[in-house]
Design a protein around this ligand. Structure first.
Ligand code: GUN
Length: 283
């Protein structure tokens, strides 16, 4: 079997086209969606992500403001900025790029964002709502995965989804959103014994371990759907996922590539959440 390659870039473009129309309609009613991004320090990957978020906003017509601060910004100063953005009428989404320098508490900072503007879906109120299946802002990467599978008409209902990874940003919310979509869910992680015993039973594997080409063809059931969240460099410095794409595509029924799979969906869902937030203003 050769797998269908799920084109995340094309699906993201499709969703962004729909968002553009919604944004035009909102702007006609006097509300232009606004996103504020706060970046502290000089982590190069974070700077790249933030630039990409800025560009994506511009492309669909979301107003964006980026606040870049040196690594020695105090927690007090950061919390003051967040409070100002919480109050700002024209800002519907606030995102503080992670990781933060070590002297700043990520927990305190996330808690300081009003849940109504937490378009990252990291605030405990939004996480809690997700757990009980209520509408909320959901973490962008796992939400993007769900939207991507919906777009491909891959239903999770009754399916065994095995999530590999238990981070607060990806693994845990991916498991919860899969459960919400009526899947039977197993969560594996770095301390799981005999990992492939689990992945081999999966109808759908969501790989979010952060290790280059960690899962290979023999770890999957023939015909499985493979979603690869990894963003790693291989031995030649080339971007690759957590799955050995070349071997796995021989056995999967569908697989997401890296790059061009889950990645483009993440920023798209950030735009989506920002638009949802702005919509609340005219209800
Ligand atoms: N760092 C890596 N991914 C993310 C994300 O989705 N949101 C934020 N705020 N920081 C990140």
């Amino acid at each position: 079997m050769t797998a269908a390659i799920i084109d995340g870039k094309a699906i993201a473009a499709d969703i962004r086209t729909g968002l553009k129309e919604e944004i035009t309609a909102l702007s006609d009613k006097g509300v232009t969606p606004g996103l504020a991004v706060v970046l502290v320090g000089d982590d190069q990957a974070s700077h790249t992500y933030v630039r990409n978020k800025e560009k994506a906003c511009e492309q669909v017509g979301i107003h964006s403001e980026v606040y870049r601060y040196p690594a020695d910004l105090t927690e007090e100063e950061l919390l003051k900025k967040i409070e100002e953005l919480n109050q700002a009428e024209h800002i519907h989404g606030i995102l503080v790029q992670l990781p933060l320098p070590a002297h700043l508490s990520e927990e305190k900072v996330i808690d300081a964002i009003v849940p109504e503007k937490d378009v990252d879906g990291f605030h405990p109120v939004n996480v809690g709502k997700m757990v009980i299946g209520k509408e909320a802002f959901y973490s962008c990467t796992p939400y993007g995965i769900i939207k991507m599978l919906e777009h491909e008409d891959i239903s999770l209902e009754g399916k065994h989804v095995v999530v590999v990874g238990r981070s607060n940003i990806v693994g845990k919310p991916a498991a919860l959103l899969s459960l919400q979509a009526h899947a039977t869910v197993t969560v594996c992680h770095s301390r799981t014994e005999n990992l492939s015993d689990y992945t081999k039973q999966a109808d759908v594997v969501i790989a979010a371990v952060g290790r280059a080409k960690f899962l290979k063809k023999e770890d999957f059931k023939p015909g499985a759907v493979i979603v690869d969240v990894g963003m790693n460099r291989d031995e030649n410095g080339k971007l690759c996922g957590d799955v050995d794409f070349e071997s796995a595509k021989e056995t999967a029924s569908a697989i997401t590539p890296v790059p061009g799979g889950v990645g483009p969906m993440t920023i798209t869902m950030l735009l989506y959440n920002t638009v949802q937030s702005a919509k609340q203003k005219i209800r």
